[in-house]
Structures are given as C-alpha cells and as structure tokens.
Design a protein around this ligand. Structure first.
Ligand code: FAD
Length: 619
C-alpha cells in the first residue's frame, strides 16, 4: 500500500465520511483512516437524522453532492415533516433510521468513489515538519504522509464513560478512546477543554406493551431528504409514545446524588437542548410529565430507543425509572444509558475554512469542534474536506456566508463566538432564515457545488431540469389571465373573502394565502400541473416573494460590513478609543472582516464604528 496521499481524514463518523467523500469527489485521492471499518457511519446515539435546523443541514449537504441525504433515504423507516403547518422557513424533515441499513448505505456510497481508500487503524500522533502537518502515525507505528489532514475524532479524544459512580475510558460504548492523540494535542498546546453528552438505555421491544401506547405513524408519502430521491422504497414503521409520571420523577429525584452528573463525577457541560432526564426533572421541576418517543432501531431487530431519557444514573435506577412508565412496566433493558466526557478543541482557533490557525494543513470537523449531532458533524466534515483538498491543490478556500447556508451560520458562530456548551443547530440561529429553507437548498448551493467540482452530471442535469420546470410553470401562470366575470372567477370566489374586482393572472392569484396551487389550477380548468414536490417549491417562491425580497435588501445592507476586509497585519492596538477588553478579543481572534468582528461577543457597536473608520482609512 502506498503511504502518501494528498489528504488524510482521521475518523469515519458523520464528519469523516463527508470529508473523505468531498475530497474524492473534488478529484483528489483521499485516505480515510478509522479505528474500525465496521463502525463507519455508526450512529452513536439516536437512530434518527434531521429535525428542525438539522434537516436544513442535511439538505445542504445533499445539494453539495454529499452522502447523508442519500444514505438516510436508503435506510429511513419513518419520515416526517416537522412544523408542517408552520411557515416554510421552519419546516424540517426528520427520519428514523434502521441503524444497520444506514451503515450499509454509507459504506456503499463511499465504495462508489474510486479516489477514496479506507484503512483500519488508530491514529496516535501527528507528523509535523517545518511547522506544518505532514501526516499521521498510527498507534502501532505505521506512518501515512499527507500535506493536509482532517481530524474528525468525535467523542473519542480522552473519552470517559460514566454510569452512576462508575467510570471508565471509552470513545463511546464498545469502542476504545483516542488517548494517545488526545495527549499529543494537549502537548502541542491546542486549546483543549471538555464537554459531555449522554444516551438513554435501550429496551427489548418484545417486553413493551404496545397495545396501551399512542402510535405515531410517519407521513404518507414519505418525504425524502435527497434531491435525487424520487420515492422512499424502504418498509416504514411507526414510533410509539409514552410519558414520564410522578413516580418516574420521584425515582429520579430520590437518586439524584447517584447520578454521575449530580453526584459530582462530571463537571463539564452537556447539551442544553438535549438534556438528560435528571436535568429535565431538576430544571423543569413544575412539569408533571415528559413525552418519551419509543423509536425502533431497525426493521430486523426488536431493539427500541427511548428518546428523552438520556441518563447517567446507576443501572438499577435506570431500570426502575423505565418500568415506571405506561407500557414499559415489564421492560427488559438491552444496554445501559451513560454519559460521556471528552476533549474538544476551541473552534475559535480555526479559520472559516476549518483549518487550524496553529498548525497549517490541519483541519478539524465535527464533535471535536464542540458541536453535537450527526448533521452538524457531517456539514462541517463536508466543508473541511472541500477546503483540505483545495488548500493542498493551492486553490482558494470556500465557506458559505450566513445568508447563503445554515452551514455558513454554524461555522461563523463556531469560529467567531466559540462555545461553552455543545453547539447544535436551530432555525433561530439564522437571521436570514426565510432564504435558508430546506426546499431551496439546491437553488442556493448546487451551482456553487458544481463549480467546486462536487456535483456530478446526474445531479446537475436534474437540477437544471427542475429549474427549467419551475421557470416554465411560472411563465405559464403569468400568461393565463382570469377575467373578473369568467366562470373560473366564480369558482374562485367561493375560496376568497371577496370576489375578484379585476382581471388577474394566475401567478398573482397564487400569492393569495387562500389559494393553493392544485386548487387554483383545478378551479381554472388548467391541466398538466407540476408534480407535488415541485409545486410546493413554486408555491413558496410565489407566496413569500415579498418577504424574501425584504430579506435580500437586508442582506445587501449588511454585506457592506462583510465585504469590508480587515488587513491581516492590522495592529488593533493602534486604533484609539477601543477598550483593552475589545482590543484583546480582536487581537486573539483576528477577524477577517468588519462583519465578523461585529459578531465577536463583547465587541460593542461603538467599537465596530471605530474599527470601521480605521479600516476605511486603510482601504
Ligand atoms: P463520531 O461519530 O464520534 O465519529 C468519530 C470517528 O472517529 C469514529 O469512527 C471513531 O472510530 C474515529 N476515531 C476516533 N479517534 C480516532 C483515532 N485516533 N484514529 C482513528 N479513528 C478514530 N448528538 C446529538 O445530537 N444528540 C444527542 O443526544 C447525542 N447524544 C450522544 C450520546 C453519546 C453517548 C454519544 C457518544 C454521542 C452523542 N451524540 C449526540 C453525538 C453524536 O453522536 C455526534 O455528534 C456525532 O456522531 C459526531 O460525529 P463525528 O463524526 O464528529 O464523530
């Protein structure tokens, strides 16, 4: 085996997969090194992809030719659109996955890439020459050389599992931690800190009394993630719902001191929006009950994931709390829940291309940057892979702006603000969320993906055909006029608060909130409507055009700050009037534009004005 590659990716979790695939798709050879080939694409926690904010990321990954959307479409066993009745900006797709099928799908998709090579091994060291990364050394001494290395080691750096007052080193249950690499990164004086996350116990479905539980079916037809998928072919399964109750809460409250977190064994912070059941009982003490989703782990297993009771309580307490819930009175547990603490590297030491500012050639993506979630990891992996390949080839880096993609929002948040708890994506993090919808992720990103060499001919042709269909239909609707006295106008009057007072074309009528595309065409006797998925995009484009336009204007106004570059050699010390605190923050983070500087916590509007004056003079 040759041991020199243009790019090496370390770790084949959700970040590593996308990173390696992006390098290979963009035309460079890549070595994907991972502890265990059988765990490529493993879901460490819940068997689900997507959700609010996260579904948006999956669509963006797909629009750029990534793996995640296509993999979940081959492995999803329940698909739903969340917030279906709310505005289009916050609608989000979520799917339950068959864990084994998901891993299989990822492996198949990776093996389709001729420039991608995989190898099983645990990286213990980075090779460094002339102050740059030069490759990696496995724990067994084997060396692989590359000018660019992407680290995507997830929860494995100095990972430690906690259950009650017991704890032991692990990367996640069943996997060894990456201790040698963690020590090396600390020795190299990377900014290291610790975070924690947790997972619930798993239940043997044969011991659940489903007859007393609420059932939650998926949407029919199942909404796919990938812009390439016509329909979901996998057999679908429902989820079930149960609730915690006063007895569950009493068991937890009585045993709080035995929880790894509340017993003082863990100090680091966990994900606020994915709290443990102990956290929920303490923080929301007035809530009498919490909803718990019982999610199937696959089509050929009875294992069930109880979503909502992540815990680090001792196993006996876990058993008691599970059995206190309706339908779970005789539950048999298959695996204990646990919490895990791990090292992460402060992402403020990264550039927006996810390259380390401390060690040229080193890129980091995923949980190692302090995020939580498969989708957040995958999106960063894609970006790091793109940029590692471009950097190695001497090409300019790429990162979408905040108004272009959730990926841009996340990376900007990470590198300018950093974090003190695991970072997860939400629609509320995006100030331009009306532009950043799931349905238009391809319109926003597939053209740039094509330029970056990530989008193959099949995807491109589909995209072009879709755009043409949308354009053609808009022109058709604009060309058909409905007279105020026509029979169609009389049909429409039944749906409208007031009858039409003048002639209108169909595009104008589609703007009315009362009129949907399908009904409008039916009432007006127009044949050949667009397929449902395209019609939805057309309708959103039409109905929200005014709001989107307003947001475009806002983006344009703010762009002035974003494009106001700060010279790399600017000494913030010479700008008079800045407080020492602001000066230190700017000096430490070296923002590249006035826009980026304005988002650093502690940088006040007054400080931004001073910076602006100084930079304008410099320009
Ligand atoms: P991972 O998926 O962790 O993958 C890391 C990969 O790197 C693995 O393949 C590993 O084998 C490999 N690797 C590590 N070190 C080395 C090395 N030195 N050499 C070679 N290979 C190496 N997310 C949520 O959104 N909500 C949750 O509630 C949640 N709970 C979680 C609970 C637990 C117990 C765990 C472990 C994770 C949880 N997560 C949760 C997080 C989610 O699993 C991660 O965010 C996601 O998997 C991160 O992807 P990643 O690619 O960064 O890392």
């Amino acid at each position: 085996m040759k041991n020199t590659f243009p790019v090496i990716v370390v770790g084949a979790g959700h970040a590593g997969i996308e990173a390696a695939a992006a390098v290979a798709r963009s035309g460079s050879r890549c070595l994907l090194l991972t502890q265990n080939i059988d765990t490529i694409g493993q879901m460490s926690c819940n068997p689900a992809i997507g959700g609010i904010g996260k579904g948006h990321l999956v669509k963006e990954i797909d629009a750029l030719g990534g793996i995640m959307g296509r993999a979940i479409d081959r492995a999803g066993i329940q698909f739903r659109v969340l917030n279906a009745r709310k505005g289009p900006a916050v609608r989000a797709t979520r799917a339950q996955a068959d864990r084994s099928l998901y891993k299989l799908a990822v492996r198949e998709l990776l093996e389709e890439l001729p420039l991608l090579q995989m190898f099983q091994g645990s990286v213990g060291d980075l090779l460094i020459e002339d102050g740059r990364v030069a490759g990696v050394r496995l724990e067994n001494g084997q060396e692989f050389r590359a000018p660019a290395v992407v680290l995507t080691t997830g929860t494995f750096l100095a990972g430690r599992i906690h259950i009650g007052d017991q704890s032991y080193p692990a990367g996640r249950a069943g996997d060894a931690p990456a201790n040698a690499l963690a020590e090396r990164l600390r020795a190299l004086e990377f900014p290291v800190a610790r975070l924690k996350t947790g997972t619930p116990p798993r239940i043997d479905g044969r011991s659940i009394d489903y007859s007393v539980l609420e059932i939650q079916p998926g949407d029919d037809p199942a909404p796919p993630f990938s812009f390439l998928t016509e329909r979901i072919e996998v057999e679908q399964r429902p989820c079930h719902i149960t609730y915690t109750n006063a007895e569950t809460h009493r068991i937890i409250a009585d045993n709080l001191q035995h929880s790894a977190m509340y017993g003082g064994h863990i100090q680091s912070k966990g994900p606020r929006y994915c709290p443990s059941i102990e956290d929920k009982i303490v923080r929301f003490a007035d809530k009498a009950s919490h909803q718990i989703f019982l999610e199937p782990e696959g089509l050929r297993t009875q294992e069930v994931y109880p979503n909502g009771i992540s815990t680090s309580l001792p196993f006996a307490v876990q058993e008691a709390l599970v059995r206190s819930m309706r339908g779970l009175e005789n539950a048999v547990l298959l695996r204990p829940g646990y919490a895990i603490e791990y090292d992460y590297l402060d992402p403020r030491a990264l550039t927006p291309e996810l390259q380390s500012q401390l060690l040229p050639g080193l890129f980091c993506a995923g949980q190692i940057n302090g995020t939580t979630g498969y989708e957040e990891a995958a999106a960063q992996g894609l970006l790091a892979g793109i940029n590692a390949a471009r950097w190695m080839r001497g090409e300019k880096g790429w990162c979408p702006a905040r108004h272009e993609a959730y990926l841009g929002v996340m990376v900007d948040d990470l590198v300018t603000r950093g974090l003190d708890e695991p970072y997860r994506m939400f629609t509320s993090r995006a100030e331009y969320r009306l532009r950043l919808r799931e349905d238009n992720a391809d319109q926003r990103l597939t053209p740039v993906g094509r330029e970056l060499g990530l989008v193959d001919e099949e995807r491109w042709q589909r995209f072009v055909a879709k755009q043409e269909a949308l354009r053609g239909e808009r022109q058709r609707l604009e060309s058909i006029r409905i007279g105020e006295d026509s029979p169609a106008a009389q049909h429409l009057a039944l749906r409208l608060p007031q009858p039409l007072r003048r002639d209108h074309n169909l595009w104008e009528l589609l703007r009315r909130p009362e009129l949907g595309y399908a009904e409008l065409l039916a009432d007006c006797g127009i044949s050949d409507p667009l397929p449902v998925s395209l019609a939805a995009v057309l309708e959103i484009d039409c109905k929200y055009a005014g709001y989107v336009q307003r947001q475009e204007e806002e983006v344009e106004r703010n762009q002035r700050w974003e494009s106001m570059e700060i010279p790399a050699d600017l000494d913030f010390g010479v700008i008079s009037g800045l407080s020492t605190e602001v000066r230190q923050r700017l000096q430490r983070q070296q923002p590249r534009s006035v826009g980026e500087a304005s988002r650093i916590p502690g940088v006040t509007p007054a400080a931004v004005s001073l910076l602006l004056i100084h930079v304008k003079r410099h320009h």
